[in-house]
Ligand binder design. Structure first.
Ligand code: HEM
Length: 70
C-alpha cells in the first residue's frame, strides 16, 4: 500500500484511539476495573505505538518544517 494510503488509515485509527483515551479517562471512576484496564491502560500502549508510526510516516514533513537548513 502506498505511504499516503497507509497514513489515511493510521490517522483515523489514531483519532479513534485519542477519543477512546479521553473518554475512558474521564469515565475512569464509573467503568468496571477490567474495562478501564483494557480500554485505557492497555489502549494507551497501542496509542503510543500508533502515534510513533504516524510520526515515522510523516518524518519527511517533520524534517522539512522543523529542521530546515537556513
Ligand atoms: C483526556 C485524556 C485522559 C484522561 C482524562 C485520563 C484519565 C485518567 C485517570 C483518571 C486515570 C486514573 C484512574 C484510576 O487510577 O482510577 C488514568 C490512568 C492512566 N492513564 Fe490516563 N487519561 C487521559 C489520557 C491518557 C493518555 C494520553 C495516556 C497515555 C498514552 C494515558 C495513560 C494512562 C495509564 C497508563 C494509566 C494507569 C496509570 C496507573 O496505573 O497508575 N492516559 N488516566
Amino acid at each position: 500500500m502506498a505511504k499516503n494510503n497507509v497514513l489515511k488509515v493510521v490517522n483515523v485509527v489514531l483519532l479513534v484511539l485519542i477519543i477512546n483515551q479521553a473518554a475512558t479517562g474521564m469515565l475512569a471512576r464509573k467503568l468496571p476495573h477490567e474495562v478501564f484496564e483494557w480500554g485505557h491502560e492497555r489502549a494507551a500502549f497501542v496509542l503510543l505505538v500508533v502515534a510513533a508510526v504516524h510520526l515515522v510516516l510523516n518524518w519527511n514533513w517533520v524534517k522539512a518544517n522543523y529542521f530546515k537548513k537556513k
